[in-house]
Design a protein around this ligand. Structure first.
Ligand SMILES: Nc1ncnc2c1ncn2[C@@H]1O[C@H](COP(=O)(O)OP(=O)(O)OP(=O)(O)O)[C@@H](O)[C@H]1O
Length: 511
């Protein structure tokens, strides 16, 4: 969808000879250009984001019957267009950052798998949502005015990713936490998620880092949806300084939630061997214009600065394990052939290394949930693996939710009445078990990377570990949410596998 087409050429019939499967305009449009219908049944992708459109022609669905993907983000729709309800093939629809206030009943296309409604003004969803698009897998609702979800959504047996951050939920429905495929949930920035101690306070054990003690280097190391990461020297005393990474959070809303909530989750996470260590919170971060272009002045530009954190610097030889889902895979990460080759080349030793890394990652899951934090995006594309194997880090807290007080003190202060109320909002153990499903899929991804061919030739102990991983995956992905193991149990199982392997290595005593 990268190529941007030209309105003039379209109007002059310049695209007629080579019927396009994919078409994109970004110029301002007073109305839908009917010439697009001349692509007829060949068009599968249409992107008219940023054109300012506010309606679609009545014959849209019949004129473009094979359209699969439709982008109308940053436009002016105030109501979801009912003309899409009869579309036979639409699988992904995006209306991010419109001014949508309503979705009429039964207006959603039947075969929808991926619906993006981030950053609108929706106070409610149609009560028929669950029945009108039963194949829904991914639903992005962050940044609306929602207080409840329609009960028909309890029948969404394939819903895997749901973003509810920055809305007005004071509780989550019980049926939501029982959905059989729900693995990635975020609900930060709602009355039901906000713990007293998140946000402004620097958690115990973290340093207050004066901005003046940092020398920030350009160009930035990277830029995520919620801010810019730069290499920096942190003068911890007049005598020495330390090389660190600095993230300056900025902007209003990402598809996962707000940068402010991401920062609160990073600060609340604490330290663990498989999490990127946050060392401190930057005090009195100057406005972007006063930072001389460093530490937040990178590309993208948009958005007010929310705050900054200082982290340990991840060496260059850590690489992401997977790539984010494609349109086709929707909720599962993709792995290019080059990644598969790397894992295959590692040979038999790779199985034990994977088990070792999974122990660390499951331990990170246990650590986070003990602190009342749901990562919300426990995906291979958020796992950084050391090039030698053996160690992995879970990154990207963009979809994280702090769902309980981050230290015991707050909860003790709340008193029994408030505690009861909190229990009514959601059950923390169920939230953990949703995340365990994501972990199960990560195990499945890694089993896939290890490759089948090697399995046949493997030594008995590697075969045993691989079988152990398959059994663990099967336990983590059961549809009965409560039937899944906790992260603590997962760590025990994985450690048991390593122990068994160690035993197998004890040399045989000759008779
Ligand atoms: N502590 C760190 N040390 C070194 N580089 C880092 C560190 N943290 C992040 N980076 C680099 O910055 C990039 C952006 O990181 P960030 O966590 O903000 O976003 P992301 O997870 O890649 O993207 P998004 O939030 O949009 O999904 C990373 O891909 C990585 O290359």
């Amino acid at each position: 969808m990268a190529e941007i087409h030209n309105l003039e050429t379209l109007k002059n019939g310049g695209y007629k000879d080579a019927p396009l499967t994919s078409f994109k305009l970004t110029c301002s449009l007073p109305s839908f250009p009917l010439e697009i219908f001349e692509f007829g049944s060949t068009l599968t992708h249409l992107d008219l984001s940023g054109t300012g459109l506010s309606s679609l022609p009545a014959n849209f669905s019949t004129a473009l019957p094979n359209l699969k993907i439709l982008f109308l983000s940053s436009c002016n729709f105030t109501t979801f267009p009912s003309v899409l309800s009869t579309h036979p093939n639409l699988s992904m629809v995006a209306f991010r950052s419109n001014r949508m206030t309503s979705i009429p009943e039964d207006s959603l296309p039947l075969n929808l798998r991926w619906l993006i409604l981030t950053d609108n003004l929706l106070p409610s969803l149609p009560s028929s949502l669950g029945t009108s698009c039963p194949k829904l897998q991914k639903l992005m609702l962050s940044g609306n005015l929602l207080t409840s979800l329609p009960e028909s959504m309890s029948s969404l047996a394939n819903l895997s990713l749901l973003r509810l951050s920055a809305n007005r939920f004071s509780s989550l429905p019980k049926w939501l936490l029982a959905l059989p495929k729900l693995a990635f949930l975020s609900f930060a920035g709602n009355p039901c998620s906000a713990p007293k101690s998140s946000g402004a306070k620097t958690p115990f054990g973290l340093e207050h880092v004066p901005y003046s003690s940092l020398t920030i280097h350009s160009p930035p190391l990277g830029e995520g949806a919620s801010g810019v990461i730069s290499r920096a020297d942190w003068a911890r005393s007049p005598a020495y300084s330390e090389e660190v990474a600095v993230k300056v959070f900025r902007g209003r809303l990402t598809s996962d939630g707000t940068p402010a909530d991401e920062m609160a989750a990073c600060l609340a996470a604490g330290s663990h061997e498989s999490l990127i260590t946050v060392l401190g919170k930057i005090d009195e971060l100057p406005a972007e214009s006063d930072r001389g272009g460093a530490g937040g002045g990178g590309g993208g530009g948009a958005g007010e600065t929310v705050g900054g954190i200082v982290m340990s610097l991840i060496p260059d030889d850590y690489k992401v394990l997977g790539r984010p889902p494609s349109f086709d895979t929707c909720t599962r990460d993709v792995f290019p052939d080059s990644t598969r080759e790397v894992w295959k080349a590692r040979g038999e030793a790779a199985v034990a290394e994977v088990v070792e890394m999974l122990i660390g990652l499951a331990g990170a899951g246990e650590h986070l949930h003990r602190r009342g934090i749901m990562h919300g995006d426990f995906y291979a594309h958020n796992v950084l693996v050391w090039k030698e194997g053996k160690h992995a880090l879970l990154g990207d807290f963009g979809g994280a939710t702090v769902y309980a007080g981050m230290d015991g003190r707050d909860e003790q202060e709340e008193g029994e009445e408030e505690e009861e109320e909190k229990e009514d909002k959601f059950d923390g153990s169920r939230l953990e078990k949703l995340e365990v499903l994501a972990f199960g899929w990560l195990v499945d991804d890694w089993i896939g990377l290890l490759g089948k061919e090697t399995a046949e030739e493997s030594a008995p102990q590697e075969k045993g570990m691989r079988k152990g991983l398959e059994e663990l995956r099967d336990r983590c992905v059961v549809e009965d949410v409560q039937g899944r193991p906790t992260f603590e149990e997962i760590v025990e199982v994985l450690e048991g596998m390593m122990g068994w392997r160690a035993m197998m290595r004890i040399p045989e005593v000759p008779n």
